[in-house]
Write a protein that binds this ligand. Structure first.
Ligand code: ADP
Ligand code: ADP
Length: 226
């Protein structure tokens, strides 16, 4: 079980008077796909980064499953993150990029190979394992970033605008690929976007942030009917 519980979570950036995320309370069920949406600057990335352990929590607590992870480093949380710019290592091949975190975690080579191969199969990357990122298309890079996250079988999957660097046509097909992959893996997911269409089509539930505060959280259907 790895639901997420954000309990009165607050973040203020150093040197800033304004609160970026303000006493946020949000529960995400085990296996749920939650989309966090709202205008630029409303606190989406900050929330996601606190969940991943990349920003500190000034007040409040974050739980993953039964575990209070508020003060744990990113590597101790079982959270995988896909960034907007993919952040692939340019000198490593696709396979090396995908296997890197496993290697750091001391996973033996044979097991790494099997896990990388499994993720490559799911993401249709099997023919590209020996390429460097510079020789990949935007869509292929995006899939490698996804692959690098899923090889670890994380409890929680965090995505920060993962489609914003793709052209409009590719964005549509990738939307459904990501949603299908999430369902297949059943991994609890927080997905950040400012795109209303992504919010209304991809997730089980949509949480709307404004000025660092939660405005509402409901199914796309219920929000649409409002
Ligand atoms: P969103 O992801 O919704 O665009 P962010 O979480 O990035 O919003 O930002 C929330 C607020 O925090 C904004 O007012 C933004 O300007 C501010 N902010 C973000 N990053 C920093 C930073 N590194 N230092 C100071 N303020 C920041
Ligand atoms: P090492 O990391 O010991 O230098 P390799 O260069 O063979 O070993 O592999 C780098 C990473 O990519 C490892 O995590 C490995 O498991 C994975 N890998 C390499 N080639 C493949 C492949 N063809 N199929 C699946 N995984 C691979």
């Amino acid at each position: 079980m790895a639901g997420i519980h954000l309990d009165d979570v607050t973040h203020r950036y150093q040197g800033s008077d304004a609160v970026a995320v303000d006493t946020l309370n949000l529960d995400i069920a085990d296996g749920e796909f939650l989309v966090l949406v709202g205008p630029s600057g409303c606190g989406k990335s900050t929330t996601l980064r606190m969940l991943a352990g990349l920003e500190s929590v000034e007040q409040g607590h974050i739980y993953i499953g039964d575990k209070d992870v508020t003060d744990l480093p990113p590597t101790k949380r079982d959270v995988a993150m896909v960034f907007q710019n993919y952040a692939l290592y340019p000198n490593m091949t696709v396979a090396e990029n995908m296997g890197f975190a496993l290697r750091n975690a001391g996973v033996p080579k044979s097991e790494r190979k099997a896990k990388v191969a499994e993720a490559a199969r799911m993401l249709d990357l099997e023919q590209l394992l020996h390429r460097k990122p510079a020789r990949l298309s935007g869509g292929q890079r995006q899939r490698v970033a996804m692959g690098r996250a899923i090889v670890r079988h994380p409890k929680v999957f965090c995505m920060d605008e993962p489609l914003s660097n793709l052209d409009a046509k590719l964005r549509v097909s990738t939307r459904s690929q990501i949603a299908a992959l999430q369902r297949r893996l059943g991994v609890t997911t927080m997905y950040v976007t400012h795109d209303q269409v992504e919010a209304m089509t991809m997730g089980d539930r949509v949480a709307v942030l404004n000025g660092g505060k939660l405005q509402q959280a409901d199914t796309p259907r219920a929000l649409y009917d409002d």
